[in-house]
Design a binder for this molecule. Structure first.
Ligand SMILES: *Cc1c(COP(=O)(O)O)cnc(C)c1O
Length: 357
């Protein structure tokens, strides 16, 4: 398969780009070194395209959620702009479009909706806002490969989409990798230039570039895994349905919901456990051999890195509350019925002990 020894941007990278473009029904896909780089390079391309500058400036505001992985906000800083954090919906954990609307200022240039846990944001309203206020949209699709909104695959709705192939993602490689999707020829060209040191000719460059290429070995792995991604996403949905069926009607325990017109691919299956009981729950699960996780324990606006470099659209109560209350259960698509029964039984036992009094 790799007999041609072309380890850097070899034929598998091009093939994967074409296959994913076909999958998403989009014009361009460009492989890069990580999901983080996919966000940064998209934003840098937009700065060059819209402002004719290498970077945005701190006066340029990009609205996003504080309840996401650090990389979302970090990419905004690294592209030179200021992140503006607005609150989330307590049921879906996604950014609230009405809060985006309120937070828009004359300095706002774009929005990064994060399709958290494998579920789409309310893209209709976000698209309307972007159109009305002439803002760009970069979708953070790191957790939502194969998820849809009103039939449309995510990553094909905004001006660009940023995917991650980190091993734990729904389409994951054996190491780091990422991809940018776009229908915009200029963004695609700029990203292609930026990922290769900033020039069409790397010995005579025009932009401040990166060495951010998708590894050929990862592309080869991902080409094989892409064939299975829909089936594995369906299995994740089945696991979620099983949990839903067996964990409903427990007061104090909220289950994930699916939005109207959404097709959730359950990168995470995330519970909300009220009344300060979350950490106790997690300890109990661990004692009984079940690995759960908290995504995310700290909202971005409370991290030192964003201190003085972001704008907070107060209040961010729901994001802060979610950090205290969320807990994600195992959602690997190949969990057996027996393993799932064990998780469900354990959660119910703990619930009876912790909350059922
Ligand atoms: C994983 C992730 C990223 C970053 O992707 P990497 O490939 O790890 O760099 C960005 N945003 C979100 C929401 C993620 O979950």
């Amino acid at each position: 398969m790799l007999g041609d020894a072309q380890f850097i941007l070899g034929p598998q990278v091009k093939e994967l780009e074409q296959e994913i473009a076909k999958y998403l029904n989009i014009k361009h896909c460009i492989g890069v070194a990580s999901g983080t780089d996919a966000l940064i390079l998209s934003l840098r391309a937009l700065a060059i395209k819209t402002k004719g500058e290498e970077y945005f400036s701190p006066e340029d505001e990009i609205i996003t959620t504080p309840f996401t992985f650090t990389a979302t906000g970090g990419a905004i800083l690294r592209a030179g702009a200021t992140p503006v954090f607005v609150d989330i919906d307590p049921g879906t954990y996604s950014i609230r479009p009405d809060k985006i609307h309120q937070a828009i200022s004359p300095r706002t240039i774009g929005i990064i909706p994060v399709h958290l846990y494998g579920q789409s944001c309310s893209m209709d309203t976000i698209l309307d806002l972007a159109k009305d206020h002439k803002l760009f949209i970069v979708e953070d699709v790191a957790q939502a490969f194969g998820a849809r909104y009103k039939g449309e695959l995510l990553g094909n709705i905004g001006d660009a989409g940023a995917f991650s192939f980190f091993p734990s993602k729904n389409l994951g490689g054996f190491g780091d990798g990422g991809m940018i999707s776009t229908n915009d020829d200029e963004i695609a060209n700029l990203v292609q230039v930026l990922r290769k040191h900033g020039g069409k000719d790397k010995y005579n460059v025009e932009h401040i570039g990166y060495n951010s290429r998708l590894d050929t070995l990862q592309a080869a792995v991902l080409l094989v895994k892409l064939k299975h991604v829909n089936r594995l996403n369906e299995l994740r949905r089945k696991v979620a349905a099983f949990y839903g069926q067996h964990l409903q009607d427990h007061p104090g325990l909220s289950l994930p919901t699916e939005i109207d017109g959404g097709h959730h691919v359950f990168h995470q299956y995330t519970l909300r456990i009220a009344a300060g009981k979350r950490d106790g729950y997690q300890n109990e699960l661990q004692k009984r051999g079940i690995a759960s996780a908290v995504y995310y324990p700290v909202p971005l606006h409370q991290m030192k890195v964003f201190n003085g470099k972001s704008r907070v659209f107060h209040p961010l109560i729901e994001a802060e509350k979610a950090c205290q209350e969320v807990l994600s259960l195992p959602i690997e698509p190949l969990l057996t019925e027996e393993e799932l029964q064990h998780v469900v039984k354990t959660v119910r036992d703990i619930h009876a002990k912790e909350l059922g009094k």
